[in-house]
Structures are given as C-alpha cells and as structure tokens.
Design a protein around this ligand. Structure first.
Ligand code: ADP
Ligand code: MG
Length: 242
C-alpha cells in the first residue's frame, strides 16, 4: 500500500481516427499523494481533458497502469467503477454541466439520487451544501437565473455532496472573469484544506500558481519539473539576448 491517491505509470491513449490513430498520451507517469492540490497545464489539444477523463474513470486507457486508491482501475468491474465515480470522485467542469430544467437544490441533490437516498434526505443535504456555498437563497432558481460564479458554486456543492476523496476539475474557472475566478479558487482551496485531494486542469498561470504543484503536458508527455509556460518563454528570450 502506498499513500498515493493516484499512481499512473507509462500510460498511453490513442483515439481511433479510422485510417490512422491519434496518439495523445505517450507514456505518462504521475504520482499524487492524498491531500495534494495539483494543477495540469499544457497547450490546447495537449491531452489535458483526455488525461483527466481517464483519471475520473470516464474513459479507458490503452496501456500502462493506473492505480486509484491502490486499486488497479483496469481490474475494476463496471459496478465498482461506477461506485468509485459516485462515491469517491467529484467532478467540476468549465461549462458547469448543470441540468437546465432542474433548480439549484435538485442539481446539487442529483448524486444522492444515484446513491438511492430518499428525496427528503437528499433535498435537506442539498440545502446544507448550498448554504455552505452561500447560495441558500438561490435554491429554487434554475441555472439560467444564476451568474457564472453562482453556477460554478452550485456545481461545487454538487461535487461535494457525496463527500468525495478526490475532486477532478477541468478548467473550472475557464468561463469566469478574473475576480469570480479568484472567488472560485478561494472555495477550491478551502475544500482542499478540508482534506479533499484535487486535480485542476487549467491554462491560467494564476490558477496554477495557487496549487501545490504543476504537472505540464507537452507532446503527450510530462515536462520534467513542470515550469509555468511564461517562465519558459521569458528564459528563452533572456538567453537569446545579445
Ligand atoms: P486538451 O484538453 O488539452 O485541450 P484534449 O484531451 O481534449 O486536449 O484533446 C487532445 C487531442 O485529442 C486533441 O487533438 C483532440 O482533438 C483529440 N481528441 C479528444 N477527444 C477525442 C475523441 N473523443 N475522439 C478523437 N479525438 C479526440
Ligand atoms: Mg480540455
């Protein structure tokens, strides 16, 4: 047993493109300890979402190994994989992925529905989580009646309600202005401080700077000692100065 929540070794993933294959992940190694808050950076199309979807057991990998909580994901049956997704993992997306015809409370309660919790209990818990995120007065409102920041807070409440051990966030601030983005990062930091591990995909250096460490993807591989892109660029500029 290791104290890693995630251990990935030599992970490969290609997409079948009919005649050819698109080799997106070309031998990824990652080790994330319990309690860590890590960001994944890389240019558009570098495979960040592909990697996050594999980590969230939303997609399969081709070869290599992936251990989640010391369990080889490949060896999980569909029932166990679903149990992990519902009880162990929380997901946050750039576009919030709220159900447009359900109000904030019903959206937050949804994971409990899949766990078979009765309506009264799940609505009561949903209100508690909305209150924690400062949204109690918005419980009966539809997503279309909320601001972007409020929508993302609803999505965070929905991710938290099943008390996950690990949250996977794909560009959680990508659709928000910089002040709202800061507010969402304040919340995610305090969620992490409460003991929940976190992986945040982002292309914003400001967001990455608020995590414990940066994993940088480039050409399907992880750049050693992932440096923020801006620093790489500026050091190249300095080196080429006469
Ligand atoms: P990122 O999140 O870093 O922008 P993605 O993981 O979404 O990158 O995509 C990596 C590459 O894989 C891109 O070239 C993208 O077009 C391709 N890709 C992503 N998903 C699929 C898919 N389901 N089928 C085929 N190609 C895909
Ligand atoms: Mg992406």
């Amino acid at each position: 047993m290791s104290d890693s929540i995630i251990q990935v070794k030599n992970l490969h993933k290609s997409y079948d493109m009919g005649q050819s294959a698109l080799h997106v992940l070309k031998g990824i190694d990652i080790d994330i300890k319990e309690g860590e808050m890590v960001s994944i950076m890389g240019s558009s199309g570098s495979g960040k979402s592909t990697l996050l979807n594999i980590l969230g057991i939303l997609d399969n990998y081709d070869s290599g190994s992936y251990h989640l909580n010391n369990i080889l994901v490949r060896s999980m049956g569909e029932t166990e994989a679903a149990r992990f997704r519902n009880r162990y993992l929380g997901f946050i997306f750039q576009s919030f992925n709220l159900i447009s015809f359900k109000n904030a409370m019903e959206n937050v309660a949804l994971p409990l529905y899949y766990q078979g919790v009765n309506r009264k209990k799940r609505n009561q818990l949903a209100l508690e989580y909305l209150e924690r995120l400062g949204l109690l007065n918005w419980a009966n409102h539809l997503p279309s009646e909320l601001s972007g920041g409020q929508r993302q807070r609803v999505a965070i409440a929905r991710a938290l309600i099943s008390q996950p051990k690990l949250i996977l966030a794909d560009e959680p601030t990508g659709a928000l202005d910089s002040q709202t983005s800061n507010e969402v990062m304040d919340i995610l930091e305090s969620v992490n401080a409460s003991g929940i591990s976190m992986i945040i995909v982002t292309h914003e250096p400001k967001v990455a700077a608020r995590t414990h460490r940066v994993i940088r993807l480039s050409d399907g591989l992880i750049v050693p000692n992932g440096q923020p892109h801006t620093q790489e660029a500026s050091s190249i500029v300095q080196e080429t100065k006469p």
